[in-house]
Design a protein around this ligand. Structure first.
Ligand code: ADP
Ligand code: MG
Length: 240
C-alpha cells in the first residue's frame, strides 16, 4: 500500500517536557489509523505538529505524498489536503454556523461567494449537519451539532487526510454512532483518516491499524486486537 504520510523523528519540547518525543511512523493511503494513549500522552500535540496549527515541531520531518511539509505554513499544509479538527469545539463562537464553514473555505482554498456556499451545503449534507441550522449562532448550538459543524467545516476543505481529535468526546451513544458512520463513510470514499480517541471501543471498531502513545512516544502499533492485548498498553491505561 502506498504511503501517504511519513513522520520522521518528530519532536516538540515545552521547556524540559518532550510532549512528542522522536516519533516516527507512516500512514498508508486509505487507512483509518487510530491513535490512543492516556491523557497528556501527546496525541493532540502530534496533530498540532503535522498541521502546524497552532505550532510546528522543535525538530523532525513530515512528508505528505512524498513532499516535505514541515517547513510550510499551516494554510499551505491545509491547501494540500491535510485537514484537522480540534478536541474542543473550535468554532468561531459568535458567527453563524455557515459562516464558520465559509471562513475556513476562504482561508484554506481561497473560495468565496456562490461556489463557497455550494461547497458548504455539500459538506453539511455529506456529514448530516442540518442545513436549517446554517444561520444559527455557532456557540448557541448543543455540543453534538458543534461537533457536526466542525466535521462539515473539515470536509468542506476537501481533505485527503482528515485528522480527527476526539470527535466522540462528550457525546452519548447514538451520537457516537454518527461519528462511527461518518468516519466509515468518508473512508469508503477514499479519505485517509487519523483518529484520536481516549476511549478505546470506537477506535477498536473503526481502525484498520492503531498506534498507542505514552509520554510522547509510540509504545505499540498494529491491529486493534493485537495492541489492546499488549502488556505495555494495558499498563499505560491502568496506570493513568
Ligand atoms: P493528549 O492530547 O494526549 O491528552 P497533549 O498533546 O494535549 O496530550 O499534551 C501532551 C503534553 O504536553 C501534556 O503534558 C501537556 O500538558 C503538554 N502541553 C501541550 N500543549 C502545551 C503547550 N502549549 N505548552 C506547554 N505544555 C503543553
Ligand atoms: Mg488531546
Amino acid at each position: 500500500m502506498a504511503v501517504i504520510l511519513k513522520v520522521d523523528g518528530l519532536t516538540k519540547a515545552f521547556g524540559a517536557l518532550k510532549a512528542v518525543n522522536n516519533m516516527s511512523f507512516t500512514v498508508n493511503r486509505g487507512e483509518i489509523l487510530g491513535i490512543a494513549g492516556p491523557n497528556g500522552s501527546g496525541k493532540s500535540t502530534l496533530f498540532n505538529l503535522i498541521s502546524r496549527i497552532p505550532f510546528g515541531a522543535t525538530s523532525g520531518a513530515v512528508q505528505f505524498e512524498g513532499m516535505p511539509i514541515h517547513g510550510l505554513s499551516d494554510t499551505a499544509i491545509a491547501r494540500m489536503g491535510v485537514i484537522r479538527t480540534f478536541q474542543r469545539e473550535a468554532v468561531f463562537a459568535s458567527m453563524s454556523c455557515v459562516d464558520n464553514i465559509l471562513v475556513a473555505l476562504e482561508q484554506t482554498l481561497g473560495v468565496r461567494g456562490r461556489e463557497a456556499e455550494r461547497l458548504a451545503d455539500e459538506a453539511s449534507e455529506r456529514v448530516g449537519f442540518p442545513r436549517n441550522f446554517h444561520n444559527m449562532q455557532a456557540a448557541s448550538m448543543p455540543v453534538f451539532y458543534q461537533k457536526q459543524l466542525m466535521m462539515a467545516t473539515a470536509v468542506a476543505q476537501r481533505p485527503k487526510i482528515l485528522m480527527l481529535d476526539e470527535p466522540a468526546s462528550s457525546l452519548v451513544e447514538h451520537e457516537v454512532d454518527w461519528v462511527r458512520d461518518t468516519i466509515t463513510s468518508l473512508n469508503a470514499d477514499g479519505m485517509t483518516i487519523l483518529l484520536i480517541e481516549h476511549v478505546l471501543p470506537l477506535l477498536m471498531t473503526v481502525s484498520t491499524r492503531m498506534l498507542v502513545m505514552e509520554q510522547g512516544e509510540i509504545i505499540a502499533q498494529g491491529h486493534p486486537g493485537e495492541v489492546t492485548r499488549d502488556p505495555r498498553v494495558i499498563e499505560a491505561y491502568l496506570g493513568s
